[in-house]
Design a protein around this ligand. Structure first.
Ligand SMILES: NC(=O)c1ccc[n+]([C@@H]2O[C@H](COP(=O)([O-])OP(=O)(O)OC[C@H]3O[C@@H](n4cnc5c(N)ncnc54)[C@H](OP(=O)(O)O)[C@@H]3O)[C@@H](O)[C@H]2O)c1
Length: 325
């Protein structure tokens, strides 16, 4: 797999045309890993770009294209239909990886606020998750998906999936940036041959206001990151990316601006961080989760912490210690 990829979630700010132009520029520049998702609403436009790139001489085998099954497609039939739609939209015969985007089924209108709740949302139910997983395994058997991945998972949930999956996850997409290093989950993935893919690798500095809380820390304003960047004569985001690559996770920064697309890729080939810099960056971790997922909570849930199995157990309908069924 490439050591760095490009994100494609334009959020409220960048529409499909702009994101697909950015993907074209990224491929032109040399990126080969593209992180897509059905819910980002831009796979048809990205598909056009991919088919032009392949027709223009980029070997399909060089590209690593990933997509995700959204929370409103958590039944075997809907998950299969979602992947087939992504294949059609992206104009590909196969996807290099497919993820289950979040381990919770729910449905929300676009731009839902963090206060909005879907009355039909429910907590993690392992049997239901595995039914979706088995449907995706059948797509691997069919040859239209190469690898399966989980996303927004935790160690307790991954343990169950590893116990029951016929095809184990090869990838886990998780929030990773210097102020949110998730060391236990990161280690767990490596120990189980699961490649961590780091989302929001720059600390998502331009995420919408509704996804911000007062307690959030900005990676690019961290004094240690800033001083390493200054000493190297680069932007603090380059330090975030170099940290990610040196640690062995695959960052997928999002960028539409040509300078950013270029400098993010340059970070992948910059001189490696020194042991002293790596050690200093280890100390920057502040358990600073930015993508909290509140909107996915179910009736009866407590805070967003119910999504993340913080005491090592998987909460049910009434939070920690209650059953899920
Ligand atoms: N699996 C999941 O649940 C999940 C969740 C979140 C994200 N993701 C994936 O991860 C990707 C990246 O995450 P993200 O978009 O949240 O955050 P991010 O990559 O940490 O931040 C992206 C923002 O950083 C700024 N930026 C990019 N390159 C820069 C540079 N060289 N210098 C200065 N600023 C720079 C840009 O802001 P401006 O445009 O304002 O300049 C850009 O919009 C997404 O696109 C998506 O593919 C997955």
């Amino acid at each position: 797999m490439p050591v760095i990829g490009t994100g494609t979630f334009g959020s409220d700010r960048y529409g499909p045309a702009e994101v697909s132009r950015a993907v074209a520029a990224a491929i032109d520049r040399g990126y080969r890993l593209i992180d897509c998702a059905s819910v980002y609403g831009n796979e048809p436009e990205i598909g056009e770009v991919l088919s032009e790139a392949i027709a223009g001489g980029v070997p399909r085998g060089e590209l690593f294209v990933m997509s995700k099954v959204w929370n409103d497609a958590h039944s075997p039939e809907a998950a299969i239909e979602s992947v087939r739609a992504s294949l059609r939209d992206l104009r590909l015969d196969y996807l290099d990886a497919v993820f289950i985007h979040w381990p919770f089924p729910n449905h929300h209108a676009p731009f839902a606020s963090t206060e909005d709740r879907d009355p039909h949302a429910r907590p993690y139910a392992h049997a239901a998750f595995m039914a979706v997983w088995r449907a995706l395994e059948s797509l691997v058997d069919e040859g239209v998906v190469r690898h399966l991945g989980t996303s927004n998972m935790t160690i307790p949930k991954l343990r169950l999936v590893l116990r029951d999956a016929r095809i184990a996850p090869s990838l886990n997409e998780m929030e990773l940036h210097p102020t949110f290093q998730q060391p236990e989950l990161f280690r767990f993935c490596l120990d189980h041959d699961i490649q961590p893919v780091g989302y929001s690798p720059l600390g998502s500095p331009s995420r919408p206001a509704r996804d911000r809380t007062e307690a959030d820390i900005s990676d690019i304003d961290d004094p240690v990151i800033r001083s390493i960047a200054e000493a190297r004569g680069v932007h603090p985001v380059s330090v975030c990316l170099q940290w990610a690559i040196s640690r062995g996770q695959i960052p997928i920064p999002f960028a539409v601006k040509p300078d950013q697309i270029r400098s993010n890729l340059d970070a992948a080939t910059a001189p490696p961080l020194t042991p002293e810099e790596i050690e200093a960056l280890r100390g920057v971790d502040r358990n600073n989760r930015l993508i909290k997922g509140q909107v996915f909570l179910w009736p009866g849930a407590g805070s967003y912490l119910d999504l993340w199995d913080v005491d090592g157990t998987i909460p049910g309908w009434q939070g920690y210690g209650s059953p899920a069924l």
